[in-house]
Write a protein that binds this ligand. Structure first.
Ligand code: ATP
Length: 429
């Protein structure tokens, strides 16, 4: 490593990675001076300056490279929490997984008339295991091999395709942008509206089934052969495990990658023993994965919603609009919070229907700071099962004037007349 003013130069040997944690709201510029380097499978172009804003990443090289880091508005130390080199990475095992998936894609393409699908890969593991990072690497390697795989994100707590609280899928046709993340132009999105599946597990399962159904009906041979890469939540105990089994079943997963948890690997391996068509593969967690506290996760959720409206680079201008409550039609799914069965009289079951669609008839201050989905539904009875077009953020509720002020990504009429609310709230500073 050598340094000058706000810049530092690194020379990485083949098979090494430089792990970089940029401070929240600070920017570090990354430049590849020589050789080959990639960030979670996306190749870094030589000479180009990448702006890493608050990101935690690793720059990996298969062949060796020289890099330059430049702190924006300060030294590299000022804008980062840590920068260090490591030669202990799971990249070779990740590449082996990619090779296995590649064989399945080719077999599916060759047998296109026999309805053989490409790999349906599900990545599971505890929180902070590096699941979404592995997903990005596998998607990128597939793209680099000429495929357009589908990214599916079922991690409602974070939201890598759209805002948190959603189940979403998107085709990945080009390497994932290092600064911007997964493509967001044409996602298929279902709004669950909560941050944890335990708020309404029946709805979560229902939406997984909807998404799986839509994905399985795509007729394009290349799209089917490219397969899907599914990212899941780190919720792996009790109900979380039950939901994992449900989605492995529903999405007809044939490759289950278990990252960083031997117990979960053995549980799933035993469970799926009778289904030899499903490969359960155990992978080590990378030592570079950065652990996030509940506070940091909450901040990341807010950040994600802000990015939806203002853009990753802050270059979008959302439109603020004040309308009467009566001009909007809000609906909620689920009959309110269900009492746990332990709180009910012996033998009784909860009467709240988790899939009931209810219109909001009274204006409540509770709507303030909510993220609300604009549904593609044409009638209220379609609200449960159709996808959503986009989101609004309620910035103000005026009960005296009976008005609502919301932020929309663009001006003009809304793309649908029915709005879905959940309990997802964020507070912009
Ligand atoms: N090798 C690495 N070096 C540096 N940072 C990394 C590395 N691998 C992953 N990270 C970072 O660690 C953080 C957590 O990783 P990731 O989001 O992949 O974990 P996860 O298991 O999907 O998390 P979740 O708990 O949200 O399900 C991310 O910010 C990611 O960019």
């Amino acid at each position: 490593m050598s340094s000058a003013a706000n810049s530092q130069k690194y020379s990485l040997e083949k098979g090494h990675e430089l792990r970089i944690e940029v401070k929240e709201d600070r920017v570090l510029l990354l430049k590849l001076s020589d050789g080959q380097a990639e960030v979670f499978g996306t190749e870094v172009a030589a000479g180009e300056e990448l702006a890493l804003k608050g990101q935690k990443i690793a720059v990996y090289t298969w062949l060796g490279c020289s890099l330059e880091l430049i702190g924006e508005g300060g030294s590299v130390e000022d804008v980062t929490d840590s920068v260090y080199e490591s030669d202990e990475t799971p990249m070779v095992s990740y590449l082996n997984v990619h090779d296995g998936l590649e064989q399945r894609r080719r077999a599916a393409k060759e047998a296109s008339t026999s309805n053989l699908s490409g790999p349906r890969t599900i990545i599971v593991g505890p929180v902070d295991a590096g699941k979404s990072t592995l997903g990005k690497i596998l998607l990128n390697y597939a793209v680099r091999a000429g495929w357009a795989p589908t990214a599916v994100d079922l991690d409602i707590g974070q939201g890598s395709i759209t805002v948190p609280g959603c189940l979403a899928a998107t085709p990945v046709e080009a390497p994932i942008d290092i600064e911007e993340g997964l493509p967001t132009e044409v996602p298929l999105v279902y709004y669950y509206g909560h941050q944890t599946p335990s708020d309404n597990p029946d709805l979560y399962k229902f939406l997984v089934e909807r998404l799986a159904d839509v994905l399985s009906r795509r007729a394009n041979v290349d799209v089917q052969a490219a397969g899907v890469v599914v990212n899941t939540m780190g919720f792996i105990e009790g109900l979380g495990y039950e939901l994992l089994l449900h989605l492995i079943e529903t999405l007809k997963a044939d490759v289950v990658l278990v990252v960083g948890n031997e117990r979960l690997y053995n549980q799933l391996k035993n469970h799926l023993r009778a289904r030899p068509e499903v490969s359960v593969v155990r992978l080590h967690k990378s030592g570079g994965v950065v652990e996030r506290s509940p506070g940091v996760r909450k901040q990341a959720r807010t950040h994600r919603v802000r990015e939806y409206f203002y853009g990753v680079r802050g270059d979008l201008s959302p439109h603020s609009q004040t309308v009467s409550f009566e001009s909007l039609r809000f609906f909620r799914i689920g009959g309110g919070p269900r009492a746990p069965s332990s709180a009910l009289p012996l033998g009784a079951t909860s009467v709240a229907d988790p899939l009931r669609v209810t219109a909001l008839t009274q204006l409540t201050g509770d709507l303030q700071n909510s993220v609300v989905a604009v549904s593609h539904a044409n009638t209220p009875d379609q609200l449960l099962s159709v996808s959503v077009a986009g989101f609004l953020y309620i910035t103000n509720v005026d009960k005296d004037q009976r008005t609502i002020t919301y932020l929309a990504p663009c001006p003009g009429p809304l793309p649908g007349k029915y709005l879905l609310i959940g309990n997802l709230k964020v507070f912009f500073e």
